[in-house]
Design a protein around this ligand. Structure first.
Ligand SMILES: [Fe+2]
Length: 284
């Protein structure tokens, strides 16, 4: 017998291991960019009006033109199964003209599920497409909230929903705290929901007199490391704060969604595209 045949072929074993590891890494990147996760989030509040106990908001953010199935069918069906009362789009849906149609097609599907509102992100303004996008979204029945507010009514109770423009917008606009003060002066005493793109509220406006902020912008830190969290922020700061989940200001709670799409500089990893299904809950 040939003794050489019995010896492990080190080269072949090494090649197989390299192949397996390579395929696993490719699979992990693919999964992290394509498999949508529905994140059930409960926001508890002692001051939430009783009629809004159980109110469900789907927050979508940072799509960056991504598609999940043709015409985002997979995304739409998962959103539909969340049974939302409101769908909030918190910016960075479009960063170039080719991505416009993806967002408009998605918006058309979403308005058949629930009322849809939208605030701008930094990329819509950076691309110069914000005005055109908002005009087209409004034609699809989306409420674009440009430093504006609505009073939501439910079984005789009301809450105040305010949407603020991203700071990449026009330089002469009112600041978010001014917008909120004006809205609350006109509607005193209402539980207040703020829709915004950026996730800087705890640092920049910790005393903001609102109850809940829904935002994105972080992409969850792009790569989410076990036990550590996000690896890098939008401006490529390492190990950023406020990258995913619920945080507290002095009065408000802030939920940061990790969003849906990809950044240009590194693919998502261990950080699946997220549909945030947020349920408001009244607690004693
Ligand atoms: Fe952003």
């Amino acid at each position: 017998m040939n003794e050489n045949r019995r010896k492990p072929n080190t080269l072949k074993i090494t090649l197989v291991l390299v192949l397996v590891v390579t395929l696993a890494v490719i699979g992990l990147f693919y999964d992290s960019g394509h498999r949508i996760v529905t994140n059930e989030v409960t926001i508890e509040s002692e001051t939430l009006p009783a009629s809004f106990d159980g109110f469900r908001i789907v927050e979508l953010t940072d799509l960056h033109g991504a598609e999940f199935g043709e015409n985002n069918t997979k995304l739409v069906e998962k959103i539909r199964s969340c049974n939302p009362d409101l769908i909030a789009l918190t910016g960075d849906f479009v960063e170039n003209a080719e991505q416009m149609q993806v967002t408009l097609t998605l918006a058309r599907s979403l308005t058949s599920i629930a009322p849809v509102c939208y605030v701008t992100g930094n990329h819509e303004w950076a691309s110069g497409l914000a005005e055109e996008l908002m005009a087209s979204l409004e034609a699809e029945g989306v409420r674009c909230m440009r430093n504006q507010y609505d009073v939501l009514e439910r079984n005789g109770d009301s809450l105040l929903m305010i949407g603020v423009e991203d700071p990449n917008s026009y330089a002469d606009l009112a600041t978010p705290d001014q917008v909120i003060e004006d809205a609350q002066t006109a509607n005193p005493g209402l539980w207040t929901l703020l829709l915004a793109h950026r996730n800087y509220w705890v640092e920049e406006y910790p005393t903001l007199p609102v109850d809940l902020i829904l935002c994105g912008h972080s992409h969850g830190g792009v790569v989410r490391l076990p036990f550590i969290g996000g690896l890098m922020s939008e401006d490529r700061t390492l190990f950023p704060d406020y990258d995913a989940g619920i945080y507290d200001g002095e009065r408000f709670q802030m939920f940061v969604s990790v969003g849906l799409g990809q950044t240009r500089y590194f693919p998502r990893l261990l950080n699946n595209p997220e549909i945030a299904c947020i349920t408001l809950k009244t607690v004693d």
